[in-house]
Design a protein around this ligand. Structure first.
Ligand code: NAD
Ligand code: UDP
Ligand code: UDP
Length: 316
């Protein structure tokens, strides 16, 4: 007889997915980690391979999948602009066909399913900070649309599967998250700055560095996923998950220089087009419904991420 909860994590060999697999195993679940290794890697889950409760599966979510599980976390999708714009059609397919297949799977199994959505569904927001009730301001035909609209369509599918088939769904709108196993080359600000500082290269601050972002440490985010999955069936979200602490990019650069002890200087570069001036989650709903708020402050999370990249660069 099978008593353990069996959980499927799509995109499980990626940054967030690998941490989620780790936590689920620690909680005593059987975990199926599914990935096509587009941006993820076996290396991210190498330390889990000997665990008899862990199973790694190469598969693309745009194709049907027949497995038997109790819960599904649907994280498969490239997340950074460099990666999702590499093959924009594949990105939309991953979000849309991937959601259809995983929802079809959940429907057949009557399994609970969570979607990793994104703050990008708010587009270039005219409301700040963004509550879940804000419908967003998204360009449907731009370079970012494959990601933003793909994720929006996935949310639509989740809610229609609920209305039509009474599925148990959960939707998390994730804001900027950082930590060990972030991609070294995806151009995100935290990984860029840390790698530049560790190599003694100038830190590339775009514009004057006065734009703000809020950074959530990965362990906090995974905790929010687990709590969201455990909410009563009448709670679906969407729910914002992120850290409301707001920092300017220049402040971040200075912290990274301080914690790496680097002699790097700051190199001001032109601000990219459409770069949002501010981004900060309103997590009132997550506090109320998940009893959750981030615990890891930026300095502590940065130090752990720096340790990871330091080791990563030494072995590379
Ligand atoms: P990631 O790129 O590390 O992980 C995504 C994983 O999905 C990778 O392992 C990749 O190989 C896999 N994948 C991509 N296409 C696939 C396909 N067609 N079939 C199977 N696997 C596929 O990125 P991440 O930061 O871990 O993001 C995980 C999820 O969270 C994504 O859905 C992303 O959109 C969402 N998200 C992340 C952030 C963040 O700050 N990291 C913010 C908002 C939303
Ligand atoms: N699907 C899957 N695994 C399953 C059940 C369904 O991958 O265990 C896929 C199936 O290929 C289908 C999609 O999920 O294309 C949607 O399934 P649904 O039952 O909603 O639609 P239908 O099969 O009626 O098109
Ligand atoms: N940024 C920067 N230098 C870099 C990379 C990014 O100043 O080397 C800035 C970027 O212009 C943006 C912020 O940092 O204002 C966050 O960028 P990222 O791409 O990490 O995430 P997003 O813009 O999606 O929040």
């Amino acid at each position: 007889m099978h008593l353990k909860k069996r959980v499927l994590v799509t995109g499980g060999a990626g940054f967030l997915g690998s941490h989620l697999c780790e936590r689920l195993l620690a909680q005593g679940c059987d975990v199926i980690c599914l990935d096509n290794y587009f941006t993820g890697s076996k290396q991210n889950v190498a330390h889990l391979l000997d665990d008899p409760h862990f199973e790694l599966m190469r598969h693309d979510v745009t194709f049907p999948l027949y497995v038997e599980v109790d819960e599904i976390y649907n994280l498969a999708c490239p997340a950074s602009p460099i990666h999702y714009q590499h093959d924009p059609v594949a990105t939309t397919k991953t979000s849309v066909h991937g959601a259809i297949n995983m929802l079809g799977l959940a429907k057949r199994l009557r399994a609970k399913i969570m979607q990793a959505s994104t703050s990008e569904v708010y587009g270039d927001p005219s409301v700040h900070p963004q509550p879940e009730s804000y419908w967003g301001n998204v360009n449907p035909i731009g370079f970012r649309s494959c990601y933003d609209e793909g994720k929006r369509c996935a949310e639509t599918l989740f809610f229609d599967y609920r209305r039509q088939h009474n599925l148990r769904i959960k939707v998390a709108r994730i804001f900027n998250t950082y930590g060990p196993r972030m991609h070294p080359n995806d151009g995100r600000v935290v990984s860029n700055f840390i790698i530049q500082a560790l190599r003694g290269e100038p830190l590339t601050v775009y514009g004057q560095g006065q734009q703000t972002r809020s950074f959530c440490y990965v362990d906090d985010l995974v905790e929010a996923f687990l709590r969201l999955m455990d909410t009563p069936d009448d709670f679906t979200g969407p729910v914002n998950t992120g850290n409301p602490g707001e920092f300017t990019i220049l402040e971040l650069a200075k912290l990274v220089i301080e914690y790496t002890g680097s002699k790097s200087v700051i190199d001001y570069r032109p601000l990219p087009q459409d770069d949002p001036k501010q981004r900060r989650p309103d997590i009132t709903l997550a506090k109320a419904k998940l009893g959750w708020e981030p615990k890891v402050a930026l300095p502590e999370g940065l130090k752990k991420t720096i340790e990871y990249f330091d080791a990563f660069l030494r072995q590379a």
